[in-house]
Design a protein around this ligand. Structure first.
Ligand code: GAR
Length: 193
């Protein structure tokens, strides 16, 4: 079985879309792939309840309980590895990962970032796109490498920036496209595994 482990920090709408797509498209029968676990660094992340309702194993690992980023990442990796992942999917996981963690999952760790990379790495991508006068914004799925938001691009989608957009209205438009491309990218990877 190709186990997919999804990491979240909040609402988990991308995670939920991947889970629903896997169910609707019968990924288990077709590709031998399943979402094996959802892990959050925030114990109260809303997405954990959804995953639990779907019968998926969930784990919460509060980063505040760890003395260092390295200690948290070591425990996170041990938690992930108990689910024997073929693919680790960051879906709104708002933690910077240590180089050791990234190296451990080299080639099987992906992220979704709400900008058209290589533009606007980091935070506040929508406001920065508006402030820069961009006419288009978007979203990128990429392989995770040691440098933040810089790994090889796997998929992208573009949306217009409309007059009067706020960071919130633009984020909502981008999110609808996130829900299109993330399941597509994960499907392509598990098919190729
Ligand atoms: C998404 O917009 C995702 O692109 C972004 O967080 C949101 C999570 O939403 N990720 C980042 O900003 C990563 N730096 P979700 O919890 O509803 O999937």
């Amino acid at each position: 079985m190709k186990n997919i482990v999804i990491l979240i920090s909040g609402g988990g709408s991308n995670m939920a879309t991947i889970v629903r797509t896997a169910q609707q498209e019968h990924w288990e029968q077709r590709y031998g792939a399943r979402v094996a676990a959802v892990i959050s660094n925030k114990p109260d992340a809303a997405g954990l309840a959804f995953a639990r309702e779907q019968g998926i194993a969930t784990e919460a690992l509060d980063h505040k309980a760890f003395a260092s980023r390295e200690a948290f990442d070591a425990e996170l990796a041990a938690t992930i590895d108990r689910h024997q992942p073929a693919l680790v999917v960051l879906a709104g996981f708002m933690r910077i990962l240590t180089p050791g963690f990234v190296a451990h999952y080299a080639g099987r760790l992906i992220n979704i970032h709400p900008s058209l990379l290589p533009a606007f790495t980091g935070l506040h991508t929508h406001q920065r796109a508006i402030d820069a006068g961009c006419k288009f914004a978007g979203v990128t799925v990429h392989q995770v490498t040691a440098e933040l938001d810089v790994g090889p691009i796997l998929d992208q989608a573009v949306v217009p920036v409309l007059p009067g957009d706020t960071a919130e209205t633009l984020a909502a438009r981008v999110l609808t496209q996130e829900h299109v491309i993330y399941p597509r990218a994960v499907r392509a990877l598990v098919q190729a595994l």
